[in-house]
Design a protein around this ligand. Structure first.
Ligand code: HEM
Length: 516
């Protein structure tokens, strides 16, 4: 699609005359812009616009701006050059990218895949449209302002079943209309789940991405799987799926991160046996500041337990400043003599470790989905940039050293997506009990390897982008956001070192007495 501009046409000679004190016109990709009243407002200053007055400024413009700038300031366009056609593509909402490697191979027309059915393709199209139209504009705004996700967006996501889909396959999807019938809830599998995760990442706002209900993805699972009272389970899941209430998972503390056995928050039963009294703190809790429910790991008399704690007397939350956007809602929580009914125990007392562990595979796999898709976005941006940026009178892509960096980035991205799809296929075909036994290790290794790859990609991308890879607005904003935030995925949901160790230890459980 081309930019929509007024139908008036001009000769190039005519444009050339508008290089006076009062009139500053120039051409970008055959569109004529009258910047005479924009000189003061131009963020890059007046002088640079005067320097190009009357000329074709296409290549200098694309050396300095993203194409979306022209969409935003479309009212400066007054027409086009007679007999010439725009050559630069303006993507429509929902479109697939035609940049090589910008889409996973299964979405590239020439490639076939054994994994994806029509319902996956329908869901991908619907998710892309929904993300481009509703999620990305809000993500960009909130990532910058640091405000939390709006109730309006939550309501929209709830209406199209997106909150339900984020929990993965299961009965909670049966009978729910998913993006206007894109997929039947009973057919929803882990490839649909992967598509939901990966499409949303394209907003490229890592803080907002977590702020947008990541707490629910890891917190509500414990209610769906371990809440013993059916009425309570229905009440809470209805409230959360409808977007009226927010929930988060509160495990980590200043005292213990990946080492969950080291938790120090205590839950002591009252003498009448009807309540627990909870005391302690939680740190780095995503979405905690705006949550109504906290699925909290606590120490009971003989071990670890998991309790559903409602916001109320004795519960205090305050934001923690991190290197990604405050939009994530990262929180420090204090529980001060909080009275929790014993019915709120999730799973068995002192056996909370099983409740916590049951969450890990899906959480880590979701993080791998997201990291890989963000890596691909960085590849797409870097390919576009290398193709348009002129340095030493050459495009960056004409330099072998740049092509080598891109080759490494593409290879890391493609290999991890393939591994992810192989594991996702196993998740679709292995019963849950088998998954816990056979996939915990591979998923841990996949996540560990993804974030190592992200580290390499961030490093190479910043070298390609230079200062723009370190600047929050403008051309390199995606790269800047990625290089500043990929570490969250290397730490959250299990640090790389812990996951690597887990992967090898799990493999050793099945090691035969093999010798050389
Ligand atoms: C319709 C035409 C134009 C519009 C709407 C426009 C708009 C903008 C905007 C929004 C920015 C902020 C940069 C960003 O964060 O992306 C900017 C920066 C800038 N613009 Fe323009 N601009 C136009 C044309 C031009 C042209 C023809 C030049 C020619 C030299 C130019 C030179 C600059 C420079 C040097 C910067 C600063 C870039 C930086 O900080 O990296 N602009 N412009």
């Amino acid at each position: 699609m081309s930019l929509e501009v007024p139908s008036k046409t001009f000769a190039r000679d005519e444009v050339a005359k508008h290089n006076t004190e009062d009139s500053v016109w120039f051409i970008v990709d055959t569109v004529v812009y009258d910047a005479s009243d924009f000189l003061d407002a131009h963020p890059g200053g007046e002088a640079v616009l005067r320097q190009v007055a009357g000329t074709d400024a296409t290549s200098i413009f694309y050396n300095l701006h993203r194409h979306e700038v022209l969409q935003k300031y479309n009212d400066l366009a007054i027409g086009t050059i007679a007999g010439e056609k725009q050559s630069i593509i303006t993507p429509k909402l929902g479109d697939l990218s035609t940049v090589p490697y910008a889409e996973p191979l299964w979405l590239t027309p020439q490639f076939k895949s054994p994994y994806f059915k029509d319902s996956h393709r329908r869901l991908q199209r619907a998710m892309r449209q929904f993300t481009d139209e509703h999620i990305t504009p809000e993500a960009l705004e909130k990532e910058r302002s640091g405000e939390y996700v709006s109730q309006k967006l939550i309501d929209k996501m709830s209406k199209v079943g997106l909150l339900h889909m984020r929990m993965g396959p299961g009965k909670h999807l049966h009978g729910v209309d998913l993006l206007n019938g894109a997929v039947d809830g009973k057919d929803f599998d882990y490839f649909h789940d992967m598509i939901c995760s990966q499409e949303q990442v394209r907003a490229a706002c890592r803080g907002f991405q977590d702020g947008n209900m990541a707490g629910m993805v890891i917190g509500l699972t414990c209610i769906l799987n371990y809440c013993k009272d059916p009425a309570m389970k229905k009440r809470i899941s209805d409230e959360v799926f409808s977007g009226q209430k927010k929930i988060c998972l509160a495990i980590t503390e200043a005292f213990a991160g990946s080492d969950v056995a080291g938790l120090r928050t205590t839950a002591v039963k009252t003498p009448d046996g009807k309540h627990y009294i909870v005391n302690g703190t939680k740190k780095w809790i995503t979405n905690g500041v705006f949550s109504d429910y906290f699925v909290a790991g606590v120490k009971t008399d003989k071990g670890l337990s998991v309790l559903l704690i409602e916001r109320g007397e004795g519960v205090e939350t305050k934001p923690i400043k991190t290197s990604y956007s405050p939009a994530a809602g990262t929180t420090y929580i204090t529980f001060d003599n909080v009275k929790v009914p014993v019915e709120n125990l999730l799973g068995k007392e002192n056996k909370g470790i099983y409740v916590i562990l049951s969450n890990f595979n899906h959480e880590r796999w979701t993080m791998a989905c997201a990291t890989i898709r963000y890596m691909r976005l960085v590849v797409e941006e870097s390919l576009k940039w290398a193709h348009q940026r002129l340095v030493f009178n050459k495009r960056l892509i004409d330099q072998p050293v740049i092509r080598l960096k891109l080759a490494k980035m593409i290879a890391l991205c493609e290999s991890h997506q393939s591994w992810l799809e192989t594991i996702t296929y196993q998740m679709c075909h292995m019963p849950y009990s088998e998954q816990a036994k056979h996939l915990g290790g591979p998923i841990a290794l996949l996540k560990m390897s993804c974030t190592r790859a992200a580290h390499e990609i961030a490093d190479e991308a910043v070298q390609i982008w230079g200062g723009r890879g370190l600047t929050q607005t403008g051309m390199g904003r995606v790269i800047e956001n990625f290089q500043r935030t990929y570490k969250f995925d290397a730490i959250l949901g299990g640090a790389e070192e812990v996951l690597g160790d887990l992967g090898v230890r799990q493999a050793m459980k099945y090691m035969p007495k093999a010798v050389l």
